[in-house]
Ligand binder design. Structure first.
Ligand code: URA
Length: 216
């Protein structure tokens, strides 16, 4: 039975995830998730987009300001950069399912206009949200998971994940009971923040080309 409030010591989305659901039913159920406190301040749950035939699943960190308002992942500046890099790497967006490790926007209000400033989700919040990602993986059964940054990596592969150590390599790991192939890379937001933006973009592109080669 779903509860409406998560006790502070038991963050988990598990009671909210319906069994035997298709993607549409999952998305609908996720809209009511109260598995951790992040739902309280966010506008809405931002569930994954794409369909069950997608060959590649892209997993980011959490929705940003624009994603929170629009209800779709990667529609803001990081998403635009990601789309450009995917196209350049030869990965057809129509072959992708795009989602996040955490489905609610976490932020703090700051400055005179009290702008909403992104705050990184804790590992506990990412683990709490894991049952949604597990359900997405079960339904989509992607050939490959592209892991975008540290939060996604830790959510999927554990807290010892270090993106700098494994980016651009093909990993094979057991995740939520399924053998998965993964290519980790940096988060596209880190490219936007980098001093050497061009170099950081080339690094992202080179990792995505590794992903593209594993699909042929
Ligand atoms: N960053 C993410 O990790 N996900 C989004 O959906 C947008 C920005």
């Amino acid at each position: 039975m779903a509860t409406t409030k998560a006790p502070e010591d038991a963050y988990t989305a598990a009671p909210f995830v319906p069994e035997l659901a298709d993607l549409a039913a999952l998305r609908e159920a996720a809209a009511g998730c109260r598995g951790c406190p992040l739902h309280r301040d966010a506008t809405q749950t931002v569930f994954g987009t794409g369909d069950t035939g997608a060959r590649v699943m892209l997993v980011g960190e959490q929705p940003g300001d624009q994603e929170d308002r629009q209800g779709r992942p990667f529609v803001g500046p990081a998403g635009k950069l990601l789309d450009r890099a995917l196209a350049e790497a030869g990965i057809d967006p129509g072959e992708t399912y795009v989602t996040n490790a955490v489905k609610h926007f976490k932020f703090a209000r700051s400055g005179p206009g009290k702008r909403r400033i992104h705050k990184a989700p804790s590992l506990r919040e990412a683990v709490a949200c894991g049952p949604w990602l597990a359900a997405e993986l079960r339904l989509v059964e992607p050939e490959l998971i592209v892991v975008l940054g540290a939060t996604a990596g830790k959510a999927l592969l554990g807290s010892s994940f270090r993106v700098t150590e494994v980016r651009g390599t093909v990993l094979e790991e057991e995740i939520h009971g399924r053998r998965e192939r993964l290519v980790p890379t940096v988060h596209p937001s880190s490219v936007l923040r980098a001093d050497d933006r061009e170099g950081a973009y080339r690094g992202l592109l080179s990792d995505l080309k590794v992903a593209a080669r594993t699909l042929v």
